[in-house]
Ligand binder design. Structure first.
Ligand code: HEM
Length: 365
């Protein structure tokens, strides 16, 4: 409802307290994502050693962005991601079977949260005993406590520094080695800090988001038993269900850009240095693009949602996130006949404006 009013109020809304703009309509969000010449992703002039994420690919403009992206794209190629399906399935099955013994599963903490953490930790080549550390870091990074966020980036920086040193001495068959080999062993390559920023970004960008996608999907299906039944009879509907959850419950609700130079945008005077917030969550409910946007419709086609962004920064992990969500749902459909909550207390949402997700959801198995 709030997003609807904001979409109706104008192409861009100015917030005089923060001196920033917010864009809620689908066409506006899409155009800003596409327009890197006027809207920069680089929020800080010179990112410090203490915040490696600020120097990561997410926060770079061309031409630097293009070079970084081409260096790491190989590790995320369709072939590399598809090859991971059996392993992802095995992890998902193990987690559900363990829960089945207990007759119920808390979807977020028993399933949706560990799955992406284990997958990315294995991809990077992090030993299983460090996974708890990983989990804590990825929670702290999206938490609301800024000092913990900074502290945690520094801990991770030191951790990855050691990992990178080890891989340089003794290469392994993992993503850290691939990043070291393709990014650092070339004069034109990346600095150690940039590779560290990339490793941290993979945790920040990939874990909480995929967790929220999977748990929101189960939430939507729990409240629509007929849809879940349809899926049981027709697994070909699984990819559409994942896409519709991305639209309906977009895990990333907004991104930010910085205005590069004074300009007139759709009749609004935007000034150099001002922030612009692109509200993905609002764009994905825009009635000018999606018929009956308040309906969770797994057959929606086309479904041009912007959950993974658009243009040069389009989510590098989109294929991986989609695969994890598809496999998770497939395994659930295999093992659970009816999605049924164990209680009917109202679901609690995460306390974050940026991330959309639920805190807990307990289902009978
Ligand atoms: C970029 C969303 C999962 C890695 C982005 C962007 C969005 C997004 C909206 C664009 C940011 C911008 O334009 O400023 C999501 C969602 C996910 C997800 C909703 C899950 C449902 C993942 C995963 C990974 C990942 C699993 C990796 C393991 C990245 C990276 C970028 C990115 C590296 C930066 C790409 C660039 O700047 O060129 N993601 N993401 N994401 N994502 Fe994801």
């Amino acid at each position: 409802e709030r997003y609807k009013q904001q979409r109706a109020a104008g192409a861009a809304l100015y917030n005089s307290d923060s001196g920033s703009w917010s864009v809620y309509r689908h066409d506006g969000v899409k155009r800003i994502f596409a327009d890197y010449e006027h809207f920069s992703s680089q929020m800080q002039e010179n990112p410090s050693e203490d915040e490696p994420i600020e120097g990561s690919i997410l926060r770079r403009d061309p031409p630097k962005h293009k070079r970084m992206r081409s260096l790491i794209a190989k590790a995320f190629s369709a072939k590399a991601i598809e090859a991971m399906e059996p392993r992802i399935r095995k992890i998902a099955v193990e987690m559900l079977d363990r829960a089945a013994a207990a007759r119920s599963i808390e979807v977020v903490s028993d399933f949706a949260s560990p799955l992406p953490v284990i997958v990315i930790a294995e991809m990077l080549g992090i030993p299983p005993e460090d996974r708890e550390l990983f989990k804590r870091w990825s929670d702290d990074l999206v938490g609301i406590d800024y000092s913990r966020y900074l502290q945690c980036q520094m801990e991770m920086r030191d951790y990855f520094r050691v990992q990178i040193k080890e891989r340089r001495e003794q290469p392994q068959d993992d993503l850290i080695t691939a990043l070291v080999q393709s990014c650092m062993e070339d004069d034109n390559g990346l600095s150690e800090l940039e590779v560290i920023g990339m490793c941290i970004l993979l945790l920040v960008a990939g874990n909480e988001t995929t967790t929220n996608l999977i748990s929101s999907m189960i939430m939507c299906l729990e409240s629509s038993p007929d849809t879940f039944n349809e899926l049981r009879l027709n697994r070909a509907l699984i990819p559409g269900t994942v896409e519709e959850t991305l639209r309906f419950c977009s895990p990333v609700q907004f991104m930010e850009r910085r205005v590069k130079a004074d300009m007139n945008w759709n009749g609004h005077l935007m000034k150099e240095g001002q922030r612009v917030y692109t509200f993905i969550g609002a764009a994905n409910h825009d009635e000018n693009v999606f018929a009956d946007p308040g309906k969770f419709d797994i057959r929606r086609s086309p479904n041009p949602h912007l959950a993974f962004g658009q243009g040069i920064h389009f989510c590098l992990g989109a294929m991986l996130a989609r695969l994890e969500a598809r496999v998770a749902l497939d395994v659930i459909v295999d093992r659970i006949e009816r999605l049924q909550r164990t209680d009917d207390k109202p679901l609690e949402r995460l306390e974050s404006d940026m991330m959309f997700g639920i805190k807990q959801l307990r289902i009978r198995v």
